[in-house]
Design a protein around this ligand. Structure first.
Ligand code: ZN
Length: 131
Protein backbone atom coordinates (compact mmCIF):
# COMPACT_ATOMS: atom_id res chain seq x y z
CA UNK A 1 0.00 0.00 0.00
CA UNK A 2 1.36 3.40 -0.97
CA UNK A 3 2.23 5.76 1.82
CA UNK A 4 3.26 9.38 1.43
CA UNK A 5 6.64 10.18 2.96
CA UNK A 6 6.10 11.18 6.58
CA UNK A 7 2.34 10.80 6.16
CA UNK A 8 -0.12 8.27 7.42
CA UNK A 9 -2.25 5.88 5.42
CA UNK A 10 -5.99 6.58 5.76
CA UNK A 11 -6.28 3.54 8.06
CA UNK A 12 -3.40 4.73 10.26
CA UNK A 13 -4.93 8.21 10.46
CA UNK A 14 -8.25 6.72 11.54
CA UNK A 15 -6.66 4.44 14.15
CA UNK A 16 -4.68 7.38 15.55
CA UNK A 17 -7.89 9.41 15.76
CA UNK A 18 -9.63 6.72 17.82
CA UNK A 19 -6.67 6.35 20.17
CA UNK A 20 -6.52 10.13 20.70
CA UNK A 21 -10.26 10.39 21.39
CA UNK A 22 -10.19 7.59 23.95
CA UNK A 23 -9.29 8.61 27.48
CA UNK A 24 -7.67 5.24 28.11
CA UNK A 25 -5.62 2.85 25.97
CA UNK A 26 -7.60 0.75 23.50
CA UNK A 27 -7.08 -2.88 22.60
CA UNK A 28 -6.85 -3.80 18.92
CA UNK A 29 -10.32 -5.32 19.29
CA UNK A 30 -11.73 -2.03 20.64
CA UNK A 31 -10.10 -0.09 17.79
CA UNK A 32 -11.63 -2.58 15.35
CA UNK A 33 -15.07 -2.11 16.92
CA UNK A 34 -14.85 1.68 16.62
CA UNK A 35 -13.70 1.50 13.01
CA UNK A 36 -16.50 -0.93 12.16
CA UNK A 37 -19.04 1.38 13.82
CA UNK A 38 -17.77 4.18 11.60
CA UNK A 39 -17.15 2.39 8.31
CA UNK A 40 -18.94 -0.94 8.40
CA UNK A 41 -16.91 -4.06 7.57
CA UNK A 42 -13.25 -3.68 8.54
CA UNK A 43 -11.04 -6.78 8.64
CA UNK A 44 -8.89 -7.32 11.75
CA UNK A 45 -5.62 -7.45 9.72
CA UNK A 46 -6.35 -3.89 8.57
CA UNK A 47 -6.27 -2.74 12.18
CA UNK A 48 -3.22 -4.83 13.09
CA UNK A 49 -1.27 -3.50 10.09
CA UNK A 50 -2.17 0.09 10.97
CA UNK A 51 -1.17 -0.43 14.63
CA UNK A 52 2.12 -2.04 13.62
CA UNK A 53 2.93 0.80 11.20
CA UNK A 54 2.12 3.45 13.80
CA UNK A 55 4.22 1.66 16.41
CA UNK A 56 7.16 1.35 14.00
CA UNK A 57 6.84 5.09 13.31
CA UNK A 58 6.94 5.78 17.07
CA UNK A 59 3.49 7.38 17.07
CA UNK A 60 1.78 4.93 19.37
CA UNK A 61 2.91 2.67 22.14
CA UNK A 62 1.72 -0.70 23.31
CA UNK A 63 0.91 -1.01 27.00
CA UNK A 64 2.01 -4.60 27.47
CA UNK A 65 0.14 -5.37 30.68
CA UNK A 66 -3.14 -4.09 29.21
CA UNK A 67 -2.52 -5.51 25.72
CA UNK A 68 -3.68 -2.09 24.55
CA UNK A 69 -2.40 0.91 22.64
CA UNK A 70 -2.00 4.59 23.47
CA UNK A 71 -0.75 7.59 21.47
CA UNK A 72 2.98 8.10 22.01
CA UNK A 73 2.32 11.69 23.10
CA UNK A 74 0.46 10.33 26.13
CA UNK A 75 3.10 7.79 26.99
CA UNK A 76 6.74 8.76 26.62
CA UNK A 77 9.74 6.70 27.74
CA UNK A 78 10.05 6.20 31.47
CA UNK A 79 7.83 4.33 33.86
CA UNK A 80 4.26 3.84 32.67
CA UNK A 81 1.72 4.34 35.43
CA UNK A 82 -1.72 2.80 34.93
CA UNK A 83 -4.75 3.54 37.13
CA UNK A 84 -6.81 0.36 37.49
CA UNK A 85 -9.87 2.39 38.56
CA UNK A 86 -10.27 5.04 35.84
CA UNK A 87 -7.94 3.53 33.25
CA UNK A 88 -5.79 6.61 32.70
CA UNK A 89 -2.24 5.98 31.63
CA UNK A 90 0.64 8.39 31.92
CA UNK A 91 4.38 8.18 31.97
CA UNK A 92 6.54 9.23 34.84
CA UNK A 93 10.20 10.08 34.66
CA UNK A 94 12.15 7.96 37.11
CA UNK A 95 15.77 8.32 35.98
CA UNK A 96 17.20 6.89 39.21
CA UNK A 97 15.21 3.70 38.82
CA UNK A 98 16.29 3.21 35.24
CA UNK A 99 19.92 4.05 35.99
CA UNK A 100 19.97 1.63 38.89
CA UNK A 101 18.38 -1.06 36.73
CA UNK A 102 20.89 -0.57 33.94
CA UNK A 103 23.82 -0.65 36.38
CA UNK A 104 22.55 -3.98 37.76
CA UNK A 105 22.09 -5.35 34.26
CA UNK A 106 25.56 -4.19 33.21
CA UNK A 107 27.03 -5.90 36.28
CA UNK A 108 25.33 -9.11 35.11
CA UNK A 109 26.88 -8.60 31.69
CA UNK A 110 23.40 -8.22 30.21
CA UNK A 111 23.72 -6.19 27.02
CA UNK A 112 21.34 -4.10 24.95
CA UNK A 113 18.60 -4.21 27.56
CA UNK A 114 15.25 -2.69 26.70
CA UNK A 115 12.98 -2.24 29.65
CA UNK A 116 9.28 -1.77 29.94
CA UNK A 117 8.21 -0.81 33.42
CA UNK A 118 4.49 -0.61 33.92
CA UNK A 119 3.06 0.10 37.34
CA UNK A 120 -0.60 -0.60 38.17
CA UNK A 121 -2.41 1.10 41.01
CA UNK A 122 -4.78 3.96 41.76
CA UNK A 123 -4.12 7.49 40.52
CA UNK A 124 -4.21 10.53 42.81
CA UNK A 125 -7.69 11.52 41.64
CA UNK A 126 -9.20 8.10 42.27
CA UNK A 127 -7.37 7.72 45.60
CA UNK A 128 -8.83 11.09 46.71
CA UNK A 129 -12.35 9.90 45.81
CA UNK A 130 -11.92 6.89 48.08
CA UNK A 131 -13.30 7.76 51.51
ZN1 ZN B 1 -7.72 6.87 38.40
Amino acid sequence: MAQAAGGLTPNQAQVTGHLRQANAPLTAYQVLGRMQAERGAVAPPTVYRALKGLQDAGLIRRIETLRAWAPAATVSPGVVVICDDCGTVRSMQAPDVLESLHLCLAAEGFAKARQTIEVHGRCGGCAADQT
